[in-house]
Design a protein around this ligand. Structure first.
Ligand SMILES: Cc1cc2nc3c(=O)[nH]c(=O)nc-3n(C[C@H](O)[C@H](O)[C@H](O)COP(=O)(O)O)c2cc1C
Length: 214
């Protein structure tokens, strides 16, 4: 049985990021019943970022999987043996969410060797990075996964990217102080792009699964 792990780094269970990740799962599952797709919601978990305990760097016992024990530990161990990894986050202040960044510290620090500065994961795997945001291709302040993307690329392989731009931040713009946005423009964008974004997510999940099964 092959395994894809989807990490949802957004707080909202029924909005844009979750919907994109759900489509990726559906796309992957459409390929084969021999692929298990597991979604982990970071906002449902209690965990810390890297504690700098250095347990992963102890001589003779160095590990490229985090040794610190909390609710994230079993997920990090599962990722070590997975065949595909999908990371999804809304963009907050030009970056991934704090919980996604915190998760990535725990994932990536054990990969880093302070002997030769190489980055080594337990195994290479397919990676898909998802962002959702208010920004548009023309007005985009996102740094995406930022410095963590270098670590992901070095340790796991070149990731694929998918961005859902100009998402609906709320379902009813009349209810909130959001005059900086034109609901009309948002509605028009959504009408032209959202179904395509979901389809792209489905296709990306399918592609990942096909690559894993080939
Ligand atoms: C705290 C916060 C900060 C945000 N910062 C940005 C930003 O810097 N750039 C941007 O394009 N969108 C920003 N947004 C909008 C979200 O990225 C966008 O609404 C996203 O699609 C929300 O994902 P969700 O629907 O899955 O929660 C921000 C939203 C919040 C709540």
């Amino acid at each position: 049985m092959k395994k894809i792990i989807i990490i949802d780094g957004g707080p909202r269970k029924n909005m844009n990021t979750a919907a994109m990740l759900q489509k990726i799962a559906e796309g992957a599952q459409s390929v084969s019943e021999d692929i298990e797709v597991k979604t982990v919601r970071l906002y449902d978990m209690n965990y810390k970022g890297c504690m700098s305990c250095m347990a992963c760097k102890i001589k003779g016992k160095a590990s490229n999987v985090c040794k610190f024990k909390d609710e994230l530990t079993p997920i990090l161990e599962e990722i070590a043996g997975a065949d595909g990894l999908v990371l999804g986050s809304p963009i907050y202040f030009a970056d991934v969410t704090g919980l996604m960044r915190t998760f990535l510290e725990r994932l990536a620090f054990p990969w880093l060797s302070y002997n030769d500065y190489s980055m080594t994961a337990p195994k290479k795997m397919s990676v898909l990075l998802i962002e959702t945001m208010n920004g548009t291709p023309e007005r985009n302040n996102s740094q995406g996964y930022g410095s963590m993307e270098y670590c992901i690329t070095a340790a796991l392989g070149q990731p694929e990217h998918l961005i859902a731009y100009n998402t609906y931040q709320v379902k009813n713009y009349d209810r909130y102080e959001l005059a900086g946005f034109s609901e009309e423009a948002k509605r028009q964008w959504r009408g032209e792009h959202w179904e395509q974004d979901l389809q792209k997510a489905f296709d990306a999940g399918k592609r990942m699964a096909e690559k894993i099964m080939s």
